[in-house]
Design a protein around this ligand. Structure first.
Ligand SMILES: CC/C=C\C/C=C\C/C=C\C/C=C\CCCCC(=O)SCCNC(=O)CCNC(=O)[C@H](O)C(C)(C)COP(=O)(O)OP(=O)(O)OC[C@H]1O[C@@H](n2cnc3c(N)ncnc32)[C@H](O)[C@@H]1OP(=O)(O)O
Ligand SMILES: Cc1cc2nc3c(=O)[nH]c(=O)nc-3n(C[C@H](O)[C@H](O)[C@H](O)COP(=O)(O)OP(=O)(O)OC[C@H]3O[C@@H](n4cnc5c(N)ncnc54)[C@H](O)[C@@H]3O)c2cc1C
Length: 551
């Protein structure tokens, strides 16, 4: 977060000074935006940076307990510099939040600078090797030049000058990291399904007919149902991440030419794709853990660590609900454009055909299912706008009506994102396999079909509302889905091997390439400190006195 913010928020002169120092690790930095009292609501941040023209410095202050910075990674003990997002005051006027580069520790002794209060926030669900920290200021001065001045400036005399063409230009690093997190979700989910699929090929349990040998658990339909959607989702996320990265790069190039027109669509897309990919990855990693039974609960399986790491991504860089609501804002505007007969941007163009008032005829081909997902998103959006307007007609303010409609708004944004993801998944597979062998094509198509069928079956209630799908169509789709799982089964281990993740990366007794699950579990168990001595001292201190009635 530190280096991308230096790149995105500094003037060229500031970059020339700070970037080489950061890239050479002469200084180490972090990004401190969130406070004890505010994370989502950035405009509510309380840390202040007040310009003093006499000394040409900003005076940093933490006026309340809730204004203390909280969470920044590496802040507690590691970093000596910090990007601090603070309310900028100059000439007695508050100009809202802006980023500042703040030295918090001495470059030689590493002691906190006078006026800086910094420490560790304590143990967390995961991420415990990262020293997330707190930070407060007491009249701490930084030079005027330490304000990151690409998008806004304070001149020596204290005059405030806005430079950016877009009001939310200072939120740029967050958009960038949201884009990266989609890739991070794909990578970690690929790790979890490699572990769970390999283990399920080794693990044998139960014998359907009492005479036969025990089956590999991967042969059970329910296990395939748990795991193959994980593989398909890892592919879907990876391909969507590459697609989103291209959208981000194109938008950045346009912004450099002074055109900010595509930023709202990029914000809407990066918000919902970050939300859905991190939420799906976290819940499917947990599903992989369930698929490994009791051994999945062992730290040595690698799965608890993966889950703890990934579940945080659902929250940081914008909480799931909040980001879907940002996408919903964009969708409601798109709805109004359809009504006004105005052109739509590419990822919502499907809306122009969707408001026919009739149910979409059901078609169970992959393209038909994607159209159904679009109809579902459009239908949910339309119902949501109706609710919103009904509430407005009843005399509520727009904000009140919006708040009461947020459950539906989130549903519409989730459905839109699922439709975008499904469409991209299929079209990217088709584009990338043009020259592939028929067998590779077949397997990759089987996987995107698993994704489409799985989500269609998960959303039958919605499909019944917005398409002409019938009970027998659903029954037929269920059978097709179950058949597909059996077609994928023989290739399942090969498909996860194709993620090409080394044992050192998986870090799992269950998922290693050699399949020596039991030997590795036992070897890991031997590392327990409790196995270092035959009788633990707690026996003498507590158990024996209790057993002898002497406690
Ligand atoms: C570098 C790491 C890379 C990869 C990770 C890899 C591995 C993981 C390993 C380790 C972990 C690494 C890093 C952890 C990093 C975690 C860092 C953080 O969490 S930093 C803190 C992040 N905080 C947030 O994300 C806060 C979320 N809140 C918001 O974004 C905003 O407050 C809000 C909810 C969007 C609302 O903002 P605001 O109240 O200011 O907005 P308004 O309501 O006034 O206006 C809304 C208006 O603005 C538009 N808009 C909002 N945001 C943006 C944007 N970013 N870009 C463009 N436009 C934006 C919005 O659409 C509205 O427009 P309108 O409808 O009015 O036209
Ligand atoms: C591991 C980890 C690392 C982090 N690293 C950093 C970092 O390096 N730098 C940094 O600055 N921050 C960091 N953060 C903080 C992170 O960005 C915030 O936790 C996140 O933005 C959510 O804010 P919050 O915690 O204040 O939650 P809140 O905003 O308090 O949200 C709490 C709940 O209320 C809901 N809610 C809030 N507002 C609304 C609303 N308007 N409508 C409906 N529901 C709402 C949310 O959906 C959520 O369910 C990190 C967090 C974690 C967990």
């Amino acid at each position: 977060m530190f280096v991308p913010t230096l790149m995105g928020q500094c003037t060229p002169e500031q970059q020339a000074y700070w970037l080489p120092r950061a890239l050479d690790m002469q200084i180490i930095g972090t990004y401190a935006q969130t406070e004890l009292g505010h994370g989502t609501f950035i405009r509510g941040l309380e840390t202040t940076a007040t310009y003093d023209p006499e000394t040409e410095t900003f005076v940093m202050n933490s006026p309340t307990l809730t204004s203390y910075k909280w969470w920044a990674g590496g802040l507690a003990k590691t970093v000596n510099y910090c990007i601090v997002v603070a309310q900028l005051y100059t000439k007695g006027v508050c100009h809202g939040t802006h980023p500042f580069i703040v030295q918090i520790r001495d470059e030689e002794t590493h002691m906190p600078r006078p006026g800086v209060k910094v420490g560790d926030i304590g143990p967390k669900l995961g991420f415990n090797t990262a020293d997330n920290g707190y930070l407060g200021f007491d009249n701490y001065r930084i030079p005027r030049d330490n304000m990151m001045m690409k998008n806004a400036q304070v001149l020596k005399d204290g005059t405030y000058v806005k430079v950016a063409r877009h009001g939310k230009a200072t939120y740029g690093t967050m958009v960038f990291v949201r884009v990266l997190l989609v890739n991070e979700a794909a990578f970690n989910l690929a790790k979890a399904c490699t572990i769970a699929v390999r283990y399920s090929a080794i693990r044998r349990q139960c014998s359907p007919d009492s005479e036969g040998s025990e089956l590999q658990v991967l042969d059970y339909s329910t296990q395939q149902h748990k795991l193959f959607i994980c593989i398909a989702t890892a592919h879907a996320l990876q391909l969507n991440s590459t697609w989103l990265w291209k959208t981000f790069s194109d938008t950045l190039a346009a912004i450099k030419q002074g055109n900010v027109d595509t930023l709202p669509e990029l914000h809407a897309l990066s918000s919902c794709l970050k939300a859905l990919s991190t939420a799906d990855a976290a819940s499917l990693i947990e599903q992989c853990r369930h698929a490994c039974g009791g051994h999945g609960y062992m730290m040595s399986s690698g799965l608890p660590y993966l889950y703890a790491f990934v579940t945080a991504t659902r929250t940081y860089e914008g909480d799931y609900t909040i980001l879907l609501l940002q996408t919903a804002r964009f969708l409601v505007k798109a709805y109004e454009q359809v009504e006004a007969g105005k052109p739509l941007t590419p990822t919502v163009s499907y809306l122009s055909q969707a408001f026919t008032g009739k149910k979409l005829p059901w078609d169970s081909s992959p393209d038909g299912i994607i159209r159904a997902f679009q109809a579902l998103a459009a239908g949910k959006l339309s119902s949501t706008v109706k609710s919103l307007r009904k509430r407005l007609e009843s005399g509520l303010s727009y904000e009140q009506a919006w708040e009461l409609s947020t459950i539906q708004l989130n549903g519409a944004a989730e459905a839109h994102c699922r439709a975008v993801m499904s469409q991209n998944y299929k079209s990217e597979i088709e584009r990338l396999t043009v020259n592939s062998s028929p067998n590779v094509k077949l397997v990759l198509q089987q996987l995107y079909k698993v994704y489409l069928y799985y989500w269609a079956l998960e959303r039958t209630g919605d499909l019944l509302l917005y398409t002409s799908i019938s009970e027998s169509d659903i029954f037929e789709l269920q059978l097709r889905y179950e058949g597909l799982l059996k077609e994928i089964r023989p290739n399942a281990v090969g498909i996860v091997d194709a993620f090409d993740l080394r044992d050192e990366v998986l870090h799992s007794a269950l998922g290693s390439y050699d399949g020596n699950v039991y030997e590795r579990l036992m070897a890991e168990a031997q590392k327990s400190p409790l196995n270092a001595e035959p009788v633990n001292q707690t026996f003498h201190t507590y158990l024996k006195p209790m057993m002898k009635g002497k406690l």
